[in-house]
Design a protein around this ligand. Structure first.
Ligand code: PLP
Length: 391
């Protein structure tokens, strides 16, 4: 019904009936293809929001659409107590890609983080979780407790005990904080929501070493960076660390909700009954993930993200706009830190046909599909240049 509805009807209905948790933009999107989305009036936008980084393959990739349709006619749900062909295939594929032999399948990034915390506590018998300042790990109670932004956490206290924060990129502070009661350290390789801040190999390797020495587990949260976004299949491959638990979601299944926790050999003590999920690992999501991963590999989209990301960063760095403080990024995960608040620029970009995200109050974030054309990236840079030069 909605594709025929006009924007004001859609906006009025959502405004009246949605919970009201999102800072809304005045735009109703009804169609997507590749790196583009369309509104009700048929206006086209270059989508550098990409469903918050979900659309690594772009919107409605035909291989994923076909896999969803085929599987929807075959078997949609199959609880974890029964074996299933699609799930078996996906688990084997994830083991091949991550180098971690086992995985638990769930439905979102925050669930992947929750499960990783449970497995870490189960495995070590310790309660403590160390997370990084500026880190983001999700909105459910455990993941929220590890998320740094006080505005997200404060209204929901008391949060989960045993979870505390240390500065990112500071090994001395981490060394002091990891104790006999630390079950795990959770880190992003590139802090996404925290402003697109890549961590150094030295820091992340140091964190891994400290975890090994102290009997804690290293949880790498690749919910945003996974599946090619940063120019490699997983961002940990840039920095040469081996996670004990790897949290995945967003780009895993071509836009279908899915999450996964990949588990290394240091994760022990798991037995039937310790964790579960009604929808986790359903054949529909598994089929979408298999199709999506196949395209990622066949078209070497991680390599495309690396090359296109370099192009985008170079073009952005060539912009003459004094409001830019710094440009950071890895692959097609790019942040433009401004000397002022980003919100008005995000709105101005919509007028130029470009959708972009914030990452904190002063950073413009771009998470375009990895299939985006260079010509579209150039249009994005031109639009950003125009809005940043307008006062
Ligand atoms: N972890 C990271 C690094 C994220 O960027 C996000 C979402 O942006 C999450 C976890 C939470 O994922 P979800 O929104 O699917 O629950």
């Amino acid at each position: 019904m909605n594709s025929a509805a006009n924007a004001s009807t859609i906006i009025e209905q959502e405004t009246r009936h949605a919970a009201g948790t999102y800072p809304m933009r005045d735009l109703a999107l009804v169609r997507g293809s590749g790196a583009h989305v369309w509104d009700t009036e048929g206006r086209r936008y270059i989508d550098c929001v990409g469903g918050h980084g979900v659309c690594v393959l772009g919107h409605c990739h035909p291989a994923v659409t076909q896999a969803i349709c085929d599987q929807a006619a075959q078997l949609v749900t199959c609880p974890g107590i029964f074996y299933n062909d699609r799930r078996a295939e996906l688990l084997a594929k994830l083991a091949e890609l991550t180098g971690l032999e086992h995985a638990f399948l769930c439905n979102s990034g925050t669930e992947a983080v929750e499960g990783a915390f449970k497995f870490a506590r189960l495995s070590t018998g310790r309660p403590g979780i160390l997370a990084a300042m500026r880190g983001f790990h999700g909105r459910t109670m455990g993941a929220l407790s590890a998320t740094w932004n006080k505005n997200y956490r404060a209204p929901f206290e008391p949060l989960v005990p045993g979870i505390s924060h240390v500065p990112y990129e500071n090994l001395e502070k981490l060394e002091v904080a990891i104790g006999d009661d630390t079950a795990a350290v959770i880190l992003e390789v590139v802090q996404g929501e925290g402003g697109v801040r890549p961590g150094s190999a030295e820091y992340l390797q140091g964190a891994e070493r400290l975890c090994r020495e102290r009997g804690a587990l290293l949880i790498v949260d690749e919910v945003q960076t996974g599946f090619g976004r940063t120019g490699k299949m997983f961002a940990f491959q840039h920095v040469g660390v081996q996670p004990d638990l790897l949290c995945l979601a967003k780009g895993i299944a071509g836009g279908v909700p899915m999450g996964a926790i990949a588990l290394g050999e240091r994760v022990t003590g798991i037995h039937p009954g310790v964790h579960g999920s009604t929808f986790g690992g359903n054949p529909l999501a598994c089929a979408a993930a298999l199709a999506s991963i196949q395209v990622l590999q066949e078209q070497d989209l991680p390599a495309q993200a690396a090359a296109k990301g370099e192009h985008l960063l170079a073009k952005l760095r060539g912009l003459d706009a004094p409001v830019i403080r710094e440009i950071r990024g890895l692959g097609l995960m790019v942040g433009i830190e401004l000397r002022t608040r980003a919100q008005s620029y995000l709105e101005a970009l919509i007028g130029k046909g470009v959708l972009a995200l914030p990452a904190g109050p002063t950073v413009l974030r771009l998470l375009p599909p990895l299939v985006i054309e260079i010509s579209d990236l150039d249009l994005v840079v031109a639009a950003i240049g125009e809005v940043l030069r307008q006062e």
